[in-house]
Ligand binder design. Structure first.
Ligand SMILES: [Zn+2]
Ligand SMILES: [Zn+2]
Ligand SMILES: [Zn+2]
Ligand SMILES: [Zn+2]
Length: 216
């Protein structure tokens, strides 16, 4: 199965662990590579946010960074939240409404901070339990801390969730004028019209709680 051990450390003991016929293997959801299932080593092999298998932290902990014959993830595909970096607003943010993403980008620029600064601030608030996690789109939301390893998809979901809080807690006078003058859509973030009607998506604020419909 995962013969990387022998390939990269020929003839050496490898963390005292060798696969045998009874070893259960897990398949990484990012690279498709296999790794032995290890419950005793304190290194996560599943993403807490989605319960899927990822190999990056495991091989990193084993000191293996690449293999010519086996798939291995780069360790930054599966890292603790505190060690991750964000460079752009995720495609998923604000229910994929790019007008709202654009407003958020301008709000951040106006504060003089980088996206990374803003996210770091909000991760701090999340850690201090200043944010209601009810709408956090990750599994085990209550268990997640800055030290939790998450996959790329879950990290983007987390960033999107934090950007919602950044926007919803921002006083209206700090929004760009044309954004501040918009009325809230009754259906808020849950509005479906924003996905197929550009005009509506732009003219109403959708970073708000629904006051009508199923989510109200
Ligand atoms: Zn193996
Ligand atoms: Zn995940
Ligand atoms: Zn992998
Ligand atoms: Zn709407």
């Amino acid at each position: 199965m995962c013969l990387i051990v022998q390939l990269y450390h020929p003839g050496t003991e490898f963390s005292g662990f060798h696969c045998n016929r009874n070893t259960i293997h897990l398949q990484c959801q990012a690279c498709g590579g296999m790794m032995p299932s290890r419950v005793d080593i304190g290194v996560p092999q599943h993403c807490l946010g989605c319960d899927r298998v990822f190999c990056g932290a495991y091989w990193h902990a084993q000191g293996v960074s690449r293999s010519d014959s086996h798939s291995i993830c780069n360790h930054d595909n599966f890292e603790p939240i505190s060690e991750r970096a964000v460079s752009r607003i995720p495609f998923l943010a604000h229910e994929k409404n790019r007008h709202e993403q654009d407003i958020t980008e301008r709000c951040i620029r106006q504060t003089g901070k980088t996206l990374q600064d803003v996210i770091s601030d909000w991760i701090g608030k999340l850690s201090n339990r200043e944010i209601d996690r009810t709408r956090m789109p990750l599994n085990h939301a209550e268990m997640i801390t800055v030290g939790t390893h998450v996959c790329n998809d879950c990290y983007e979901k987390l960033i999107s969730f934090l950007l919602y809080w950044f926007r919803i807690s921002m006083p209206k006078y700090l929004l760009p004028p044309e954004a501040a003058n918009r009325e809230d859509c009754w259906y808020g973030y849950a509005c479906r019209t924003q996905h197929h009607n550009e005009d509506h998506a732009r003219k109403r604020n959708h970073v708000c709680r629904p006051t009508r419909g199923n989510h109200a």
